[in-house]
Design a binder for this molecule. Structure first.
Ligand code: AVJ
Length: 326
């Protein structure tokens, strides 16, 4: 068969470079400084994120994996609903969680096509190669790109019922107002009867949350610093990594887990031909990983115009995969 993504992006390295420069300079000239966490995921970043997921402190993957191993029967039942559908996964990654659901759906003779969407073309190519071997009979059409662009492409691909997977607490990477807007926008791209299966990392003891973003082996630290390295590699940056310190925080009140890189000295950094000044102790805001209460996820569904169909928790009650209907 032809293992070729539906919309194989003719990667334009120059365009990517310009966009990366623009975004980085915008963030570093902003007060306070920030970088966009979507840029974490180059080849090195993908690898470091794999290591984070395998680290003992990083519980979200294990918790959600337990749900996808132990409760696929329930998930499949809610999702199938009789009519053929497109199973669209936003930020599919290596699909290690969804593969359990895909297998169960095939067993249950569900009629569906799997459309993984990822900003990494590398990831999509890999899924095209591996999934049909692991799951004979699975129809896969990968899409590379930003979520809503890809969702619109998926729309043109087929008018079947849509089931959208957004797992791994990826929604946590948006500040709450942006997450709310994202859910509303998602709802606007869907029709009555369409579904969303969304993974939320839940509020829990603050020490457990903080440790997940401050692993003892220092992988999360490397993951953050890798973005500075990537800037050095790709857009002529000269960050001195020794002069920036990883600083993760968690506020149990708001549920915001945030990470920063702190400048250890007054220093100048060159990026894309421009000079950026750092004061000692000045920070770069790197990422938010928002935690929710179950009630907050229900309010999230409601404000976006979804109704909650069912909820699946891991045995610790640390993670929630919730199914919403448009
Ligand atoms: C991939 C966004 C779910 O926020 O938990 C892990 C990324 N960053 N450790 C998360 C991440 C630092 C992760 N998500």
């Amino acid at each position: 068969h032809s293992a070729r993504p539906l919309s194989q992006t003719i990667e334009n390295p120059e365009l990517h470079r310009t966009q990366f420069c623009d975004d980085v300079l915008k963030g570093l000239k902003f007060e306070p400084k920030y970088l966009e966490s979507k840029y974490f995921y180059d080849a090195k970043g993908d690898e470091l994120f794999q290591q984070i997921m395998a680290s003992p402190e990083y519980y979200p993957t294990d918790c959600e994996m337990e749900i996808f191993r132990e409760q696929t029967g329930g998930l499949s039942k809610v999702i199938r609903d009789g009519s053929p559908f497109n199973l669209i996964e936003l930020g599919a990654g290596d699909a290690t969680k969804s593969i359990h659901l895909l297998r169960k759906l095939l067993e249950d003779k569900a009629e569906f096509t799997y459309l993984p969407i990822d900003i990494s073309g590398h990831v999509i190519d890999l899924l095209h190669q591996t999934l049909p071997l692991q799951l004979p009979g699975l129809k896969v059409e990968g899409l590379e790109g930003d979520y809503f662009d890809a969702l619109e492409k998926a729309e043109k691909y087929s008018d079947q019922r849509k089931v959208v997977l957004f797992l791994g607490s990826n929604i946590g990477n948006m500040p709450v107002p942006a997450a709310e807007a994202f859910c509303r926008q998602l709802r606007e791209h869907l029709s009555p009867g369409d579904m969303v299966l969304m993974g939320f990392d839940l509020k829990k003891h603050p020490k457990i949350v903080l440790a997940a973003y401050n692993d003892a082996a220092g992988v999360t630290r490397q993951f953050n610093l890798n973005l500075l390295e990537r800037i050095n590699r790709e857009i002529d940056g000269n960050f001195n990594l020794d002069q920036f310190e990883h600083y993760p925080t968690y506020d149990p009140e708001t549920g915001a887990c945030k990470s920063y890189l702190i400048s250890l000295a007054d220093q100048q950094v060159h990026v894309c031909g421009e000079t950026i000044n750092f004061k000692k102790d000045e920070y770069i805001f790197m990422e938010v990983s928002q935690k929710y209460s179950a009630a907050e996820t229900r309010a999230m569904a409601k404000q976006a115009g979804f109704k909650v169909t069912s909820e699946f928790y891991d045995t610790k009650g640390w993670f929630l995969d919730t199914i919403w209907e448009a």
